[in-house]
Design a protein around this ligand. Structure first.
Ligand SMILES: [Zn+2]
Length: 274
């Protein structure tokens, strides 16, 4: 058993289950479930707070109270996609039950696997960076399932992997005693001016920049949303019994209140077999 991304198994951990699976490309995986007998660190919410607006044009736009950052979807994913379309067309032309069809099918599966690996790599690196730099991460609860029902958005959403990203942030934060705060998806993060809180009646998806009619601030749509998401997170934390420092927006706990967290951490470790 070797090191993986989440470190070597704890010397006193107990192996609970081993699950062997085979991918469509013929790779074998062993999933090992360990009980590490280690308790999660207590959640501490003093420290930096970042707001994240997830999108399709940019994967994520963040604001930490000082600056905004944009993270594009990696370009190589689009390249893989062209390759996938080409191989799927080839597969469609193959005669049913033929050897060439089997071969074409395996080639398609291999591209899928490459896309999935590249996406996970991107999501792991970005979530790691954000968790290293912040103690509280505020994100919109996207109800991805509900949105995927909208077929037009479905492909783009499943491609960008918002759900997976949220999970990665969640377990990485738990490991360090940080907090993922999900705010209501109906919170008007896009149409509220982050400077004066004026609320626009509507904000169509194609409007990328706008000027607040009340205070005249010119906004980048996603940066403004990230600022609002962060501010709403800080507001909710303060309602929960914490107090917010005016400068920098750092949040400090008032008492020993324990936060309610989303779900248990991912304990299954995937190691590649033969
Ligand atoms: Zn304004």
């Amino acid at each position: 058993m070797t090191n993986n991304k989440r470190g070597v198994a704890h010397p006193y951990s107990i192996l609970k289950t081993v699950t062997i699976s085979k991918t469509p490309t013929g790779k074998y995986y062993a999933s090992l479930l360990f009980d590490t007998k280690q308790e999660e660190p207590e959640v501490v919410i003093s420290g930096k707070v970042i707001g994240i607006d997830l999108g399709i044009k940019d994967f994520a736009v963040t604001n930490n109270g000082e600056k905004s950052s944009k993270y594009n979807n990696p370009k190589h994913l689009a390249k893989h996609e062209k390759n996938l379309v080409r191989k799927q067309k080839k597969l469609a032309r193959c005669v049913k039950d033929s050897n060439s069809r089997l071969k074409a099918k395996r080639l398609v599966a291999r591209v899928y696997e490459r896309i999935s690996n590249a996406r996970q790599d991107f999501l792991h690196k970005l979530s790691r960076k954000i968790v290293n730099d912040n103690q509280v991460v505020v994100i919109e609860n996207l109800n991805v399932k509900g949105m995927v029902r909208n077929r037009k958005l479905a492909k783009a959403i499943s491609d960008v992997g918002w759900g997976m990203f949220t999970n990665f942030l969640d377990y990485k934060l738990k490991e360090k005693g940080g907090k993922l705060l999900e705010i209501d998806r109906w919170f008007p993060s896009s149409k509220t001016c982050s400077s004066c809180l004026y609320q626009m009646n509507e904000m169509p998806l194609d409007v990328r920049e706008w000027t607040c009619p009340s205070c005249g601030t010119h906004h980048d749509r996603d940066e403004n949303a990230a600022k609002n998401i962060r501010a709403e997170g800080i507001r909710q934390l303060s309602v929960l019994g914490t107090r917010t420092a005016a400068s920098g927006g750092d949040v400090r706990p008032k008492g020993g209140r324990k936060s309610v967290l989303r779900q248990s951490p991912i304990e299954v470790k995937q190691l590649q077999g033969s």
